[in-house]
Design a protein around this ligand. Structure first.
Ligand code: SAH
Length: 257
């Protein structure tokens, strides 16, 4: 007899700080028979799992390959077909550069019940913890989440020409290794070289570093500071609000002392 099919929860783990996970996500982790988790997931979150929950790492270990997406999809289906409750735990939000849509499609096509539990995406989390508002009255009325890398094959290139003009704040994921190209594209399409830029490395974690500059100098700064992934690039006037906030804070502290 076949076991009744299980269910797969595709769950956002938030941007790094383990407190930035939702109540719903914690509950789903606690229900799981098996958890497939990614490299960017804070492993502290696995402590919400019941004892005996099977933990499957899908990220890239040193000197090893990440589990290919097709294999992850197949594994999710296989566990669910065994009747298991599966949590697919992903950094940030599963539907923001998380390939959660592909996994949900695979499940739907195989007749498996699935649910998406959203998470705080790293643009939102990292911007908050770097004191950069993504929108700000008088500075930015729009923001876009953009990928800085297009190595997944078949997609169209990012329209830097349009983004340079039509969006006030750019939050660029997976852009560190492409920073030189991104910078050139934005300048070529008319963005001022004085446009402020911030890079937030390991945002929301205790290891967070924030590097600020302008389109003119950010690439050199990033190289000299040896920025590594995960890091988010924010381009736009809102980066200046961080300086205002830090200055105001310093002044307030000076008053108190
Ligand atoms: N689904 C994720 C994004 C996955 S793509 C989300 O919603 O956040 C991976 C990229 O996310 C990284 O290359 C980096 O640009 C960004 N990222 C993830 N965690 C981050 C963090 N703690 N700080 C800064 N950027 C982060």
């Amino acid at each position: 007899m076949r076991a009744p099919a299980g269910k797969v929860y595709i769950v956002g783990a938030g941007p790094g700080d383990p407190e930035l996970i939702t109540v719903k996500a914690i509950r789903r982790i606690g229900l799981a028979d098996v958890i497939l988790y990614d490299r960017l997931v804070n492993e502290e979150l696995l402590s919400y799992a019941r004892p005996g929950t099977e933990l499957v790492y899908c990220g890239k270990a040193p000197n090893a390959h990440a589990m290919p997406q097709e294999q992850i999809n197949k594994t999710l289906v296989a566990y669910a077909k065994e009747g298991k409750t599966v949590v697919r735990l992903k950094g940030g939000d599963p539907f923001v550069f998380g390939r959660g849509g592909e996994e949900a499609l695979e499940l739907a096509e195989n007749g498996i019940e699935w649910e998406i539990v959203p998470g705080v995406t790293s643009a939102i989390g990292a911007a908050a913890s770097a004191a950069i508002p993504l929108t700000h009255r008088g500075k930015a009325a729009s923001f876009a989440c953009v990928t800085g890398n297009r190595c997944h094959g078949d997609q169209e290139p990012v329209r830097w020409d349009l983004l340079a003009h039509s969006v006030d704040t750019l939050a660029i994921y997976m852009g560190v290794s492409q920073l030189g190209v991104i910078r050139e594209e934005l300048l070529k399409h008319g963005k001022a070289s004085s446009t402020p830029v911030a890079i937030i490395e390991q945002g929301t974690t205790s290891k967070q570093r924030v590097i600020t500059g302008t389109l003119a100098d950010i690439h050199k700064l990033a190289l000299s500071m040896k920025v590594v992934n995960p890091a988010l690039i924010i381009v736009g006037e809102v980066v200046k609000v961080r300086e205002q906030l830090l200055l105001a804070e310093q002044q307030a502290e000076a008053w108190v002392m």
